[in-house]
Design a protein around this ligand. Structure first.
Ligand code: KIV
Ligand code: ZN
Length: 551
């Protein structure tokens, strides 16, 4: 890196807009959306989609509710042309969906594009040419006037050919490509020159798409550029102002959201932000950001997992684990304090304690996009006892008493620490079983029966102690009291039962009841034990043995 970056790089010049309005506005409704997955997204893939992959993704986009879909660049290749033809000839687009096609302002490409559109129901013809100083100088070697001429000539060539699309609803779109790096005055000039040819009206608007082709500034600068255009361009009411952000500075979403505040009507982007370099705008994130503020996004991601499956299969890309809303880990809390807060928040929500969602750490209800509550909590070495207890209860119906959680939590954490990775609910259950249920040394139950007379319970027990048979009897006001008494008779140092609970285990478990017992030794030490059996009395006897075996 440079010692003095200012020798190599320069700051981006701000737009002069001292009375900018966008910072005081709030979003209240969804914009028009246009998916560019099949064009901008596709052209950024190492292996572009074939026709059947494009068809599958197209169907998914329609299912999500997109009404405008840029399906390709039909003059660019045979695959693109064929895909367009198949969509049209096989009538794959619902009547309310506009098929958008991209074309450069060049006659041969415009000609081929029109051939690809014959017979379509609704199309958006999207013409672009690049306008920034660097593009003018480096790529085209053209003056501003020449760049305007390219745009005007392209607009005329399109207009001349419109009569060929009889029976097709046509909307026209122009993009001054690299808009965000273009002087706003020149972007206005070239856009108005195109408007002079196409002559949009409030009843038949054209789309003016203002691309952040490469993010070169902070998102507030893009918002200023959009507001400047909205306020200064001629015939604003004949235009649909559209945003098309990329993500070079990782602020594509922010730029789009601020651009909407600045007055734009429409947003172009892709699922999960696939696109050139760092990607296009992620439409899923912007839509769900609106949703989390109670605004209907007019896109349906109820089955987000199914959308991810199709996206990954068709594009060969993967959605990263931390990707907003969609990532594998975004509804997962690793830290104990987060787990605790989420657990309490979810309980409050389920009790109906709040009118609106307000669960700490979860911006939306995962369930709304078919993610599971059980995905919310996983356990690693940073987790507290709350997470351990949550998983045992949610996945296996094991309801550890609070005090027992305090004993088992650190035991589980130590084991997780030793493993050095996250553990599943099943692994936690195995740990619990090894620690409490499967302990058979020194004491192991052979037989236990009770009889009751005049309020006194008598027990007869046969145990193994380190493999040797021990028989004893005991008496008390209940089976457990009789057992404790019997142990005393057998010479076991005195202890008492200080805590007891039990519940049925959910169907499918290997036994039907689980008992939890805490014992206290004469020296004050306490130990928990747990026992499982089809017979609740035997489950509690096993729990006493478990506690003794852990002493
Ligand atoms: O990023 C961009 O500028 C584009 C245009 C063709 C709209 O994709
Ligand atoms: Zn783009």
């Amino acid at each position: 890196m440079q010692k003095d970056p200012s020798k190599k790089y320069r700051p981006f010049p701000p737009v002069h807009l001292p009375d900018r309005q966008w910072p005081d506005r709030v979003l209240t409704q969804a914009p028009r959306w246009c998916s560019v997955d099949l064009r901008d997204g596709n052209q950024a893939l190492a292996v572009p989609m074939n026709v059947s992959q494009k068809l599958e993704l197209f169907n998914t986009l329609v299912k999500c509710g997109f009404k405008e879909i840029e399906v390709g660049f039909p003059s660019a290749s045979n695959t693109e042309f064929t895909f367009n033809r198949r969509l049209i000839e096989e009538r794959r687009a619902p009547d309310d969906v506009w098929l958008q096609v991209l074309v450069q302002a060049r006659e041969d490409l415009i000609e081929r594009t029109f051939e690809s559109l014959v017979g379509a129901k609704k199309v958006i013809i999207h013409m672009y040419n690049s306008t920034s100083p660097a593009q003018r100088r480096v790529v085209f070697g053209m003056s501003k006037e020449q760049i305007v001429q390219v745009a005007v000539r392209g607009a005329e060539l399109i207009k001349e050919r419109l009569p060929r699309l009889k029976g097709t609803d046509v909307m026209l779109q122009y993009s001054p490509e690299s808009f965000s790096a273009t002087e706003v005055e020149f972007a206005k000039e070239v856009s108005e020159a195109v408007m002079d040819v196409w002559r949009p009206t409030p009843g038949h608007k054209m789309i003016l798409n203002l691309p952040d082709t490469v993010e070169v500034a902070m998102p507030n600068v893009y918002a200023d550029q959009i507001e400047w255009i909205c306020r200064n361009i001629r015939d604003r009411d004949s235009l649909i102002i559209s945003l098309h952000t990329h993500n070079d500075r990782y602020t594509g979403v922010a730029a789009t959201e601020l651009g909407l505040l600045a007055g734009a009507d429409r947003v172009e982007g892709t699922l999960f932000g696939n696109g050139e370099r760092t990607g296009n705008l992620d439409i899923v994130t912007v839509a769900l950001n609106l949703y989390m503020h109670g605004i209907d996004p007019k896109l349906n991601f109820t089955d987000l997992n199914a959308v991810i499956d199709v996206y990954e299969r068709c594009t060969g890309m993967t959605v990263p684990a931390r990707h907003p809303y969609a990532g594998e880990l975004v509804f997962t809390a690793f830290s104990g304090s987060h787990q605790d807060a989420i657990k309490k928040g979810l309980a409050e929500w389920e009790r109906g304690g709040r009118a609106h969602w307000d669960v700490p750490y979860l911006t939306i209800d995962p369930n709304d996009i078919s993610r599971q509550y059980r995905e919310v909590i996983r356990v690693n070495s940073q987790s507290g006892k709350g997470g351990v207890a949550y998983l045992l209860e949610n996945e296996f119906g094991i309801q550890l008493p609070k005090e027992m959680q305090r004993e088992f939590g650190p035991i589980a954490n130590e084991e997780v620490d030793r493993l050095g990775r996250e553990v599943s609910g099943a692994e936690l259950k195995d740990m619990f079983w090894r620690e409490y249920i499967e302990r058979a040394k020194p004491w192991e139950l052979q037989a236990f029966e009770t009889e009751s007379k005049n309020g006194v319970v008598r027990c007869r027990a046969r145990m193994l102690r380190d493999g040797k048979t021990v028989d004893f009897v005991g008496e008390g006001n209940g089976p457990l009291a009789a057992l404790v008494h019997g142990f005393g008779q057998a010479g076991v140092p005195r202890f008492e039962i200080t805590n007891y609970s039990e519940h049925a285990l959910s169907a499918g478990e290997e036994a039907s009841a689980i008992a939890y017992i805490q014992i206290k030794h004469a020296d004050g030490r306490t130990r928990w034990g747990a026992g499982v059996d089809t017979n609740i009395e035997l489950a509690s006897v096993r729990a006493v043995l478990s506690a003794l075996n852990r002493s």
